[in-house]
Design a protein around this ligand. Sequence first.
Ligand code: GLU
Length: 518
Amino acid sequence: MISIKHFKATNILFKQFKILSHRLHSEVRVRFAPSPTGQLHLGGLRTALYNYLFAKSKKGKFLLRIEDTDQTRLVSGATKLLIDDLLWAGINIDEGPNFGGNYGPYIQSERLHIYKENMRKLLENGSAYHCFCTERRLEMLRKEAMRTRQIPRYDNKCRHLSPQKVMQLLGKGTPSCIRFKLTSHEDPLQDLIYGPVQHNVSENEGDPVILKSDEYPTYHFANVVDDHLMGITHVFRGVEWQISTTKHLLLYKAFGWQPPQYGHLPLLVNADGTKLSKRQGDIGILHFRNKGYSPIALLNYIVSAGGGFTRDQFAKPQIYNIDELAAQFNIENVNSHPSRLNPELLDAFNRLELIRLINNESTLPILIDHVKNLIKETYPNEQNLDLNTAHIEYVLRWSSKRITFLKELTSAKLSFLWVKPSNFSTKDISTAQIEKLRDVLQSLEFSKDNLSNAIKLFAVKEELNFALLMKNLRSILSGLKEGPGVAEMMDILGKDVVVQRLENMLQNEQLQKTKAIR
Ligand code: GLU
């Protein structure tokens, strides 16, 4: 008997050999082949990303192919949104619709002539046949299977029609489809992630339709023809497709073509192991984009669940850009356990990415511009905005490690950062006292505690009512009656802006008239 340990060792050796042997022969070419039936979600992005990382780690090509043969499920505009999300995530498309490449068209509905031509080959070599069974008959087969508690499957009736009968029925214009003759598939599928997988499809399924009566191919047929004609060397896709792969291998055999190598990615699941559901509504990439996550944070979140790297999972989270991820990626480190997502990590990654962008000279100006736009969007009718670059930079530095999303900076409670105060109420403090306070602050090292002590001391010295002083200072600094504590507000605004706002107030004519009180 082969021990599990032995099995694992042979499995790893086998994986290494397969990957190596293919590499010797040709350039790596992988594809992401979504159906435009809705928006890209986490599972789809994971598939695209792993294909991309594999291609880049092997200096190969990443193709995008749109699989739109099921015309009943198309969602208009979905292709454009899919592409938009991929590009946002940083996945560059080497070949694809409107991306160039010598193997197009890359949209299946534009390749119908190619499928027809290849279908003829299978009809001629006897691997496929016309099926004239009506929907009514198929429905009866299904019902009968249900009644006898069997898995519904086509009974392969039309396999046995004589060529004369077929000619006669076709001649009469009888509606038909084309089915593929399943044969026994004894060799296990050598899955690059799961190892050997045994699934003898002909024992479990009837002959599958490969060309529908509307002349569109089914997924199985189009997928095989395209992967072959587009020179695909490796296919990485969700494990839900694994059950179809033996069918695909049989199609390759019928054509006499060499199949690509397959690796199926395990299920992507929630932290508690439950299945991600589209109905949860929050797994669409657009949802993450709208919430303000950065693409890099999202990619690190996905790979933290999926494996492919030699990393200590208990180490502090670190963030890598897509090129760094590709350089470290190794398909042999992807295992077949379900990939658990940890949402806490996503927020941690977003914070790390923000810090990285703030501390990088070339990205800081982009970030500052972004904040400027956010401020303008948040206060479209405000004339008196503080959009000074140094001020924004100061706030960004203050905020690193404190916020998860950039847009937290324009939340209502921080409005005082951006809207310069115009209506101050300062009736309880004199001009001379404000000047004094300005001088005190100017020589103070700013921190919440230092500020709080300095203001308390100032109130005592100047015999000012502390609560009234705070009320007046809040008004001078923000024009508001409420908000964070005054010391905290000053700390966030920074010395330059605090002094500037005190000066503004001093210059205000109205103040000249204000009388000091005790
Ligand atoms: N069109 C299939 C999908 O939407 C592609 C499966 C495959 O990669 O072969 O997932």
